[in-house]
Design a protein around this ligand. Structure first.
Ligand code: APR
Length: 171
């Protein structure tokens, strides 16, 4: 079965087949990791996103990585947290599942994720980590060509939350 690991770092530096962008539904860039990815990829990324006509929450669309070391960027808008009673968990699971399936359809073996929705979108970190790790584990169990999926945490608290969630799954 493919490996899952959590690392502390900057996803724009990931030398993997695909990095996932915590985008918004316009796909026209923003702040946070979205802004960092667009800055590192260069203006061609924005130009490649325009014809995609946005993306629904939980869905995923792919572009080349341009100046990024990653070959592909998979853009997925996570849910905005509204208290947990508006289907946020299912939408967040869809982000991870659809991103991994899109990566597989482009023969990606290595995929790096940021912590989707736990920044500007306000999703509580522990809940998001539980949904993300459960979804990733399920997808890795059924996948044939994924070899390594990573969660690239931008801060230590985020890294700890995902490591703890993953370890809890294994129990
Ligand atoms: N590498 C990895 N992770 C990063 C980086 C980076 N370079 N920069 C930020 N992050 C982390 C944040 O610290 C947070 O843990 O990504 C996680 C997601 O936070 P946001 O980027 O705010 O994403 P999200 O909460 O999904 O909100 C998306 O923010 O930037 C806008 O256009 C985006 O409207 C969308 C919204």
């Amino acid at each position: 079965m493919a490996e899952f690991t959590v690392m502390l770092g900057d996803i724009t530096e990931s030398k993997v087949d695909a990095i996932v962008n915590a985008a918004n539904t316009t796909l026209l860039g923003g702040g946070g990791v979205d802004g960092a990815i667009h800055r590192a990829a260069g203006p061609e990324l924005f130009a490649a996103c325009v014809p995609l006509n946005g993306c629904a929450t939980g869905e995923a669309k792919i572009t080349p990585g341009f100046k990024l070391p990653a070959t592909w960027v998979i853009h997925t808008p996570g849910p905005v947290w509204h208290g947990g009673q508006q289907g946020e968990a299912d939408l967040l699971a869809n982000c991870y599942r659809n991103s991994l399936r899109l990566a597989e359809s482009h023969d990606c073996q290595t995929v790096d994720f940021p912590s989707i929705s736990t920044g500007v979108y306000g999703y509580p970190l522990e809940e998001a980590a539980a949904v993300a790790t459960q979804t990733i584990a399920t997808e890795l169990a059924r996948s044939s060509n994924l070899t390594h999926v990573r969660l690239v945490a931008f801060d230590a608290e985020t890294a700890t939350a995902y490591r703890t969630a993953w370890a809890t799954l294994a129990d």
